[in-house]
Design a binder for this molecule. Sequence first.
Ligand SMILES: NCCCNCCCCCC(O)(O)C(F)(F)F
Ligand SMILES: [Zn+2]
Length: 343
Amino acid sequence: MLTIYSDDHHLHHGKFELIDGQLTPCFEKPSRADMVLARAQKVNLGGVAAPREFGLEPILRVHDSGFVHFLKGAWAEWQAMGRDYDMLPFTWPNRRLRQTIPDCIDGKFGYYSFDAGVPITAGTWQAVSSSVNVALTGQAELAKGARGVFSLCRPPGHHAAADYMGGYCYFNNAAIAAQACLDQGAARVAILDVDYHHGNGTQDIFYDRADVLFTSIHGDPRFEYPFFLGYADEKGVGVGEGFNFNYPLAAGSDWSVWSLALAAACRQIAAYGPDVLIVSLGVDTFKEDPISQFKLDSPDYLRMGETIGKLGLQTLFVMEGGYAVEEIGINAINVLQGFDSVQ
Ligand SMILES: NCCCNCCCCCC(O)(O)C(F)(F)F
Ligand SMILES: [Zn+2]
């Protein structure tokens, strides 16, 4: 399987995030993607290709222009205030506050984000732009007939919605790739989000649409981030009703439980009959993951890939989360090797 990868992700390395009331070094760090790339090369998964440049147009097919232009100009605006350290948001327009866009950068950042997990640094714009190009280059390979492609995206994207970032995500790489499939003539695209955390951004973007089926298996939001979306009763709205399936699972869930949700999601995907499948591939479902509560083990990721491969669909794998850095490469690449093992 071909891997699409850009070194530009190294340009994005936030210093701190707020976890359990403490400022903690960011878990979403460059070594994550380095370990996955190293494993892909070690097992000779396939070639590694640099992304092509697609510009802002495909991003603006999914994201609000005010949001995109805020992110593009944020660091320069911050620097102009004499600040050379990471930007972090700290106040958000909650219930009954004005949904207005202030002039002050702190107000704008709060308007365009939903948590403090999105540091903006000097290299963030370049890194997130390249992460989108990695996803779009993978999508282009699929359009040329590839059975499976791996877009090794960093930063991740599935928490980002049309007009807000959060949870380490800025642009929604998987959603942008899905929209590109539709813009190139696909009638239906299925997205399977296997990251430990619910892909609230991806769900939000496609919630009122029938041309994208969203399925997600994740930690129950009653106890797990992102808390405020990802419940089983969220089925879509309007013409989108019946095209959204959430499978929240209890803390401690292992393969025996997780695989039942995967089978259910795959039944929905098969019934939908998509032209293409996009997998938001997070491997923070791993039993050793430092910020997550599932109990999958490395061999389970081979089975995950085989199960996905048996759908018989052209599939774009888009990297999302996973923080057990020593094993992140083995677990992510196991999924792809499992997929490839199915003829
Ligand atoms: N007590 C733990 C608090 C963790 N708070 C933030 C979690 C963000 C998860 C990001 C991710 O793994 O879903 C992505 F794929 F987007 F990277
Ligand atoms: Zn996650």
